[in-house]
Design a protein around this ligand. Sequence first.
Ligand SMILES: CSC[C@H]1O[C@H](OP(=O)(O)O)[C@H](O)[C@@H]1O
Length: 349
Amino acid sequence: MNTITPVDTVSFDGREVSLLDQTLLPGQQVRLIIEDAAQMHEAIGMLRVRGAPAIGVAAAFGLWLGVRGLSDDLPRPEAEAKVEETRTYLAGARPTAVNLSWALDRCAAQALATGSSTAQLKQALLDAAIQLRTDEEATTRLIGEHGADLLTGLSGVLTHCNAGSAATVGLGTALAPIYVASERGQALRVFADETRPLLQGARITAWELREAGVPVTVITDSMAAVVMRQGLVGAVIVGCDRVAANGDVANKIGTYGVALLARAHGLPFYVAGPTSTIDLGTPDGDHIEIEQRGAHEVTHHGGVLMAPDGVDVFNPAFDVTPAEYVTAIITEKGIIYPPYGPGLQAVKA
Ligand SMILES: CSC[C@H]1O[C@H](OP(=O)(O)O)[C@H](O)[C@@H]1O
């Protein structure tokens, strides 16, 4: 197989920042020009751009968009105050994926340490966002290369949600090892959980894998157990939105159940993610804020009522998988095995 071409989730063409609107996948591929921080905040909140690494890069460009219109004559302290205001605003778009705040903090710190004028501050924010995009793209290739070694000899793997190229600015996290294994000539079929309620697996994972020529079978979330029992997969590999210092993993709702199923069927359960998704400041999964989303996502699909309108709904966007159920964590710096504390500390050093 030829080298995989990543999905162009977030890009800057020298003038404009654009996003692939993932709410319209797979039926439409529409690019949105994002002109200011408010539009970027909306895009992140509505999952037009989604996936921890991708929203981090998107927010970084959003930070620049929030100040690019400032007059170069504005006193630097006032410009810096605007950066801080925009950073705080964008960080509030979604609470669970640590990459959002991590990317904003990284880019703001780099820019605030650069120059003494407002013009230099603005340029530094753009430079920081561009560099972040470059770094995060390279990171996904390394995740793929480390993770592919774990998939050697397998003919099927199961994934949950979308932690592919569309969730990053490169090959992805959970799907990166699959892409690299495929590039190496391994015949690997992906069983993709559709992942209710927003169907990132059916809509996005299946779409990007088919675009890349990787065999994919879409299953409903309730079919995962049978797929494992019938021996159709030899491993589970998922992404992550925040990894706590003890190795507990926040990821798309339903991941915890898939981890339990993997344990029950004696299958390895791998988590793939950049070290930027590891948050040593959060001691364990109980301290990870889980985003609660609106009832409409559950009671409606495609404008069709799927449950009594107004019925009570529980719609957490993520859950936490305890570290004890995680076989290994695949990062760009290598594979981490239990006990996770020391290994996570090492890759963040
Ligand atoms: C590579 S991070 C992907 C991660 O993000 C997804 O959540 P969302 O679609 O709500 O942004 C899901 O948890 C994926 O595993």
